[in-house]
Design a protein. Structure first.
Lengths: 194, 194, 194, 194
């Protein structure tokens, strides 16, 4: 977070954001390589994947959820009108920068109580969310609440949320390649009513 | 899009994704620097900002919309229950990789008919959406429908959608700095009911 | 629609609304009895049920969609992040007071093109939507656009939308009874993550 | 709830549902007449109206929220991407059959802590939600969790949720008449981008 409020052009800001995102994504990929493998397995082995988080992390995971649908998985968004009850053999995919977001921890607790497995993305390995999760991917990015942190020049959890997007798309890419299907195989699964 | 279906680890895929995203974001920042300035002005001068797009581009723009709300702008998502009618002095912020997505072009046409101004992100400067827009930011990324393109190894419009996320967060960062407000100024605008 | 703007107490207005809704629902039940049987069959025979409409009709149908999920059907909301492509053996359940709502007619056309069957609720048997539908339930209520109509004292399509709610819950009730399941059978299907 | 699983035609079920809804709505109008007046005042005096509830009650209130937007009020749905922080002079409009729904009580508590006023619809005058609310409208309908109740032949909270719809539309009708505006005044406020 800048100590001064010197202005920056949008172009320069985009470069700043994209470079921070790349660096944090690369660091996550290196340091959590095995956990990412485990998360990929968790998703592929799931009967159904439930996806949900709070705020912008939740929006970011919706991008991932749509791609998992294109992959042919049965995916549900927590809170959607038609989302069924979670149960054993299901997986909850969630994210919280701090690992302490009340609603996310509560959802994870309910998923665990129902016998589901949990994959979580967070910056905090020592957190209630990480404690509940079967697989934890740790992102070395500033937490949302850490508003004085030096880890990022960006506001609040922005960097974390960007990494959730990139990480979700990286996971999708790896699962897609593993599946051995072509783009033409996925295309017919795209929504065709809009 | 890979010619072979050689598997790739999630970690390697995340690196691939993040590097593609950085490169495309940087190229956009350089080549559309003035248009990004104009888009920033368009948003700040708007009475209200309406945000909407189809599929994953629409999800990506929701991340931007939430940050614009934190900035103190009045923002509405196209299709939300409480979204009012758009009119003069309002701005529609939208995105379509191909610039031809039916629902997006239709929405842009309606916004233009209502006297609103339009900011659009697309890969195609020669497209119906670009024709309708007051400010066009061109992203040098593969189009969604260009399923054989060499521009990206990723599926469909993934790269474009990642750039929309980074570009939106870059815009926010620049607007925030220009506003001269601190993180503590924005924090009280975050939703406090969840 | 009142010719004068004489005030009315909320209590009196609720009575007015509820009486209009009952009368229109009863008239629909009587005059469309066979079509309602056909709609019930359509839903039960569907591989998957896709639900969508515009504005308040769309919200009303979401209430129905949630109950169909509780019944054990696979249900998707048009436009939701995880909604797959519709195809043969699937059913689109939709509603439009006028039967001409652009987005609804377009969605119905796409569903028909994809080989899906369509169940539609409308006030207009002679309408583009009715023409596309396999089963049409006609509600004798004022149309949204018929702003001078004498059919209802309420605003716009309010009466139609209320009937969509009652009709959806009536359909659910009949399907539930036909299924022979108890409340305790449905309960475990309620979302358990919120 | 039926003791037997005798089948019932959709037409008969719609009649059953509509008659239950009318009766419960009428009873609410009579017994809560003054509270409904107070709720109307609460909404009109609010700087902004925040609307939210769980499950089908939440969907029902979205129908109300859209109409309040048409009336010219500033309305936000709890959990929407662009929903700002609630504060003093704002109102939370919510509903819970049992008055104990965890997420609803939590939201109401947060609204109260932020200095907002609360209007609540519930079947239970003695409940955590009613305790938190400034205005409570009591609906004499079966609670969702009261799965053996004789108050309704319908499943779970269906009757309550139908009454929320009718009550919301009755409130809107009364506010509209009080405002003295015509249908043509409201029409331009309808969303024009879809």
């Amino acid at each position: 977070m800048p100590s001064t409020t010197a202005t920056i052009s949008p172009a320069a800001a985009i470069s700043l954001v994209a470079n921070e995102a790349l660096r944090a994504a690369e660091r996550t990929a290196v340091s959590s390589s095995e956990q990412l493998d485990a998360l990929a397995d968790l998703l592929l082995d799931a009967r159904r994947v439930f996806v949900g988080a709070a705020g912008r992390s939740g929006i970011a995971l919706r991008m991932t959820a749509m791609r998992l649908t294109h992959l042919g998985l049965e995916v549900h968004i927590v809170g959607d009108v038609t989302t069924p009850a979670i149960g054993p053999s299901d997986v909850l995919l969630t994210a919280s920068g701090s690992g302490t977001t009340e609603s996310v921890v509560r959802t994870a607790q309910k998923a665990a109580d129902a016998g589901a497995r949990i994959g979580a993305i967070t910056t905090a390995i020592a957190s209630p969310l990480a404690d509940l999760a079967d697989v934890v991917v740790v992102v070395p990015a500033a937490q949302k609440l850490d508003r004085t942190a030096a880890a990022s020049d960006q506001y609040a959890g922005s960097l974390f949320e960007q990494v959730v997007v990139l990480l979700g798309d990286g996971l999708f890419h790896a699962l897609w390649q593993r599946q051995g299907s072509s783009a033409d195989d996925l295309w017919p699964r795209h929504s065709n009513l809009e």
